[in-house]
Design a protein. Sequence first.
Length: 233
Amino acid sequence: MDSEQDYEIDERSICAGVEGAEVPISEEDVHQVESFLRSRRTQVYVCPGLVNLYFGSYDQMSNSTSWELHTTGIPAIIWDAFGTTTKQQLRLCITEKGTGFILWQDTLSSTSCYKAPDKCFHTMKVTTGGQVMAGLSFDDERAAGNLLRTINAMTSEMDLNAANVNSKKKKKSHATTKTQRPPKKSDISLPCCFEHITKLDIQDRDHIITLATLVPEKKNGEKEYRTFTISKT
């Protein structure tokens, strides 16, 4: 991957515009995705823009017709095990607008070769695909730039943290440490501060990809599907 600058991509010929780009990403959309992905030991960054996700091969990157559209959604970065000494991991996710469901994800590292050959078009190596490349076509140049800077900053900081952890392990003494006992049930409070993140109804099948895929259409005589919600504390 030493010749990243040897090719040129006409991003405009890959897609005239992001599907659904006429629907802007609101603060509620960003909050929904962030709440859906967030946990106690993760840091989440949600890009406030839509992307088309394409797949192609490295050898044919300059050929716009070789890129195949896979899905459209809101990109987000998940930093697993953030702030801990355990093995940390960065994940790039494409999430569904309206639900926060993950449509596609892959790990990010210095070997992913995440690049921006165009201001609104990014590429990276797919970890499970050999020479397969993923291409992200953005509808917002500012959102694309923010995501690129966030990925570069997080990748650099994670690599630095990993080096510091390895250095401390070498200097760590062999002194025994006390095993921390798990808390008693009486010390754990009841669930509180619920937040409804996603609510879906059967009528949402027309514009929610995952719902249309996972829930078949109701046939004559069948009972109506129930509405369901996803909540977090």
